[in-house]
Design a protein around this ligand. Structure first.
Ligand code: FAD
Ligand code: SF4
Length: 480
């Protein structure tokens, strides 16, 4: 096939649940490609020399090679290529911001002058990962002989799970300590089922259990056990405790009944299944919900509120759609589902009525000014533009900061002024044999970046513990 012929193939749309039907269930929205669609989409790939898409992937997945295997219907070879560098392809194929990474650099998209016409690399990755799981053809992970060394991993999000997998495969005994009653971190308690089915995360965790990783749940490291005590029992410690401390607006009225952090709202819904009538999770029902923010957390919260019965859900954001950090596909899905976007405004006060319950907010209008440090045009408040907006629930979804608990109980563990643990380029902290990675180091980031940090830490820990391959049991610095 010539380049011209490949570029003429229309991009394959992914099947999705009907927008109206979606609001009545928690099932996944995007239904994935059929085999024929996957092959058709794969044929759009130009198999570029020095493929620019690979440079756009934080973990360097060999993209043209796996896509070429899909073209040939060699789905098993395709997933094997991806797994050389990415252990959670079914997760990443669903939640990675591809339009800002690999697909942003895709030659097909650039030639056709539209990011929407880039090869759908993420969807293809998801397709082969799902194919492998559905067919049950994933081989059991290979583990080296036991080394007798022990490592504690604190936190079971993507950073902790990746570190644990790589260390266990190198033959070390690994125990994961998790504060919540289910492992998986934000993949379980934050990102909703309708975007990332929990069965997929559970399957990955099951793989870890198969290679001997043990989980100690309901265990709050720092308080239940200090780092010093861990170091008496373990040869090394990895901290992957994420950024779970919600940020608030800092305006009057935030203590009224009906104001929830996005974290609490999503955790009640995802982890404690608040939508099920027999779940027993206390839940606050509201008619008009205002979610404040413009990232993935804000969108997930707004869409969850619609599913939990709100009649109207407004997303209040200081800038415009173009500056929203959320994934483009999620913005599209939220729009289809009926989330109302109120751009260029922000609350200055939350107002309450009887029983100190939320009744309204004061919103101020904004315009866009010059670009700020993030490169996005900055929001500039318009004096005298305030107005009253009636609502009965307000959910600030402004992102999260690191939980300061571990540093609090471990003064020698150095963190910056925002509470992010300081590490060197091998993820080592200020304490010997203690490593850290993921959101606790980067601030609220992404699944793939957390996995990348976890993998880098595992390489360093394997070297520390004298693994003769320097952690190369399927592990290299550039892979997840
Ligand atoms: P986490 O996933 O936060 O896991 C940390 C774990 O440590 C948690 O399970 C926590 O309970 C546990 N823990 C904390 N303190 C302790 C302690 N003291 N003792 C024991 N355990 C402890 N990223 C994307 O790439 N795409 C998306 O679409 C996306 N959507 C998101 C939607 C939401 C609602 C949120 C909140 C985040 C989203 N992200 C997304 C970001 C992504 O999920 C995170 O960047 C990623 O999960 C960070 O991984 P982590 O392993 O560092 O931490
Ligand atoms: Fe294929 Fe796009 Fe990568 Fe080129 S840049 S190899 S067209 S996916």
């Amino acid at each position: 096939m010539t380049i011209k012929e490949r570029l003429a193939i229309p991009p394959q749309e992914m099947r999705t649940q009907e927008p109206k039907a979606r609001l009545w269930n928690m099932d996944e929205i995007a239904l994935g490609y059929t085999e024929e669609q996957a092959i058709y989409e794969a044929e759009r790939c130009l198999n570029c020399k020095n493929a620019p898409c690979v440079n756009g992937c934080p973990v360097g997945v060999q993209i043209p090679q796996f896509i070429a295997e899909i073209q040939q219907r060699n789905f098993k070879s395709a997933i094997d290529i991806i797994k050389e560098t990415n252990l959670l392809p079914a997760v990443c194929g669903r939640v990675c911001p591809q339009e800002k990474q690999c697909q942003l650099k895709c030659t097909a998209g650039l030639s056709l002058k539209s990011i929407n016409k880039a090869v759908a690399i993420g969807r293809l990755e998801r397709f082969v990962a799902d194919w492998e799981r559905d067919k049950g053809v994933a081989p059991p992970p290979v583990v080296k002989p036991h080394t007798g060394r022990r490592v504690a991993v604190i936190g079971s999000g993507p950073a902790g799970l990746t570190t644990a997998a790589d260390l266990a495969r190198a033959g070390h005994e690994v125990m994961i300590f998790e504060a919540l009653h289910k492992p998986g971190g934000v993949m379980v308690y934050g990102i909703p089922e309708f975007r990332l089915p929990k069965a997929i995360v559970a399957a990955e965790i099951h793989d870890l259990e198969r290679i001997g990783v043990r989980f100690e749940l309901n265990f709050l490291a720092g308080r239940t056990e200090t780092i010093d005590n861990f170091l008496k029992e373990f040869d090394a410690v990895f901290i992957g405790t994420g950024a779970g401390l919600p940020k608030f607006l800092g305006i009057p009225g935030e203590n009224l009944a009906g104001v929830f952090s996005a974290n609490e709202y999503l955790t009640r819904a995802n982890l404690m299944k608040a939508w099920e009538t027999d779940a027993g999770t206390p839940f606050f029902h509201a008619r008009v919900v205002a979610v404040v923010g413009g990232g993935n957390v804000a969108l997930d919260t707004a869409r969850m509120a619609l599913r939990l019965g709100a009649e109207e859900v407004h997303l209040i954001y200081r800038r415009t759609r173009d500056e929203m950090p959320a994934r483009a596909e999620e913005v599209e899905h939220a729009t289809e589902e009926g989330v109302i976007f109120d751009f260029l405004r922000n609350p200055t006060e939350i107002l309450g009525g009887e029983n100190a319950r939320v009744t309204a907010m004061t919103l101020q209008r904004f315009e866009l000014g010059a670009p700020d440090a993030s490169g996005r045009r900055s929001p500039v408040p318009l004096a005298g533009s305030e107005y009253r907006f009636a609502c009965d629930m307000v959910i600030p979804a402004l992102g999260n900061a690191p939980n300061p608990l571990l540093e609090h109980f471990t003064p020698a563990l150095k963190a910056d002024k925002h509470g992010h643990i300081i590490v060197d380029n091998r993820q080592k902290t200020s304490l010997d044999t203690v490593y850290a990675g993921g959101d606790i180091v980067l601030g609220a980031a992404t699944v793939i970046l957390a996995m990348g940090e976890g993998r880098r830490a595992a390489v360093a820990i394997n070297e520390l513990l004298g693994d003769e391959n320097g952690g190369k049991g399927g592990v290299s610095l550039n892979t997840v």
